[in-house]
Design a protein around this ligand. Sequence first.
Ligand code: ATP
Ligand code: MG
Length: 428
Amino acid sequence: MSKAKTIQSIRGVHDILPSQSPAWQHLEGCFRELLSHYGYSEMRMPILESTELFKRSIGEVTDIVEKEMYTFTDRNESSLTLRPEGTAGCVRAGIQHGLLYNQQQRIWYTGPMFRRERPQKGRYRQFHQIGVETFGMSGPDIDAELIALTARLWKILGLINIDLELNSIGSAESRKAYKAILVEYFSTDMSLLDEDSKRRLTSNPMRILDSKNPDMQALIQNAPSIIDHLDEESEAHFDQLKKLLDAMNIPYIINPRLVRGLDYYSKTVFEWTTNELGSQGTVCGGGRYDGLVEQLGSKPTPACGFAMGVERVLGLMEAQGISTDTPVPHFFMIMAGDEAQLAGMKLAEQLRSQFPQLKLICNCGGGSFKAQIKRADKSAAQYALIMGENEINNNSVTIKPMRDRDAQQQTLPQAELVTYIQSKELFS
Ligand code: ATP
Ligand code: MG
């Protein structure tokens, strides 16, 4: 009889294995704690949204909406999409629940995002973002706060060699004038443009600056700079942001080509980039999107946010040799026989009540004493707790140090185990 074929995960979509999850939890934990210190609250948005939301917010003429979304028709004929990013859903939820109008909000979120891109290192079809969105604050102070807290996260994680690239893309008004100048520049010799850029020349010329095509780079480098075409208000905003970053000792590189892929940005845009991850070097990107809330049907509300790619940050940690400790159990309970199992599992629960921080694994699935010792060893536990016939008869328990070869095992009355554990100062 032929064996059934095993099923593999789909392309560009990955499992996060138990050996990898400590690093994920470490990053998420550091971020969660940091954000709570800065006064941010978590929002958990749905993964499925109506397709219309992304078309209206991200914009029809973007890579994401044109070719990267996982969209399907539901049984009732409505079009649904697996979220490609978090901002649209966050704003949708904020409007729906009345959190935005005339209020200040500092929100963060994390979770999987879906884009049908060509999978490669640092670029996946299901990937994860940690993002922050702020609402109701129009000044450069909040832009600076967002940048400062990402800079602090790199420091907490021990990451180095991440550059802050900064730009201002001005107000919608000033962009209009700049776009005309840009169209003139790019139209001089149409043969120099690739197919995407030709299309964008009419739909959204600024996005040509965002092109990753190596053949386009020289032309892009020489394009007129948006910084030279900012309106007065955007220029003052940008100046004050730079002053704040200087005051906070956060170095930055002005990159006038930085326009970001999405249409809803205005004024400040920034990216944190590294040269240690090959061509997928942007670990975090964000900026101000004062127009989006109105674009999604509510009253105008200033907003600023960013999103970082979790896989890329973890990739950089790995590249820089930053390891995360796998949690080590304190004890592994070995129980030989049914009677021992009763006594051992009862004792284990008593200990867990007594010491909420105790990491204790109970042997399950039987096995000889030797097999259980092997499991205890593999678990990396510091000590084995042994419950055998003698121990049951004497109400005792044997403690076998697993990591220190010179240390002796000892048998104690069960009643003294609490004092023993306290004396070891395992939880400091
Ligand atoms: P890129 O230029 O690398 O395609 P992007 O401008 O499309 O990035 P954003 O939409 O700003 O990215 O998302 C914020 C962050 O999410 C990126 O800076 C990156 O770290 C991460 N990211 C985006 N797309 C992917 C992906 N397909 N796989 C893994 N991480 C991603
Ligand atoms: Mg992209």
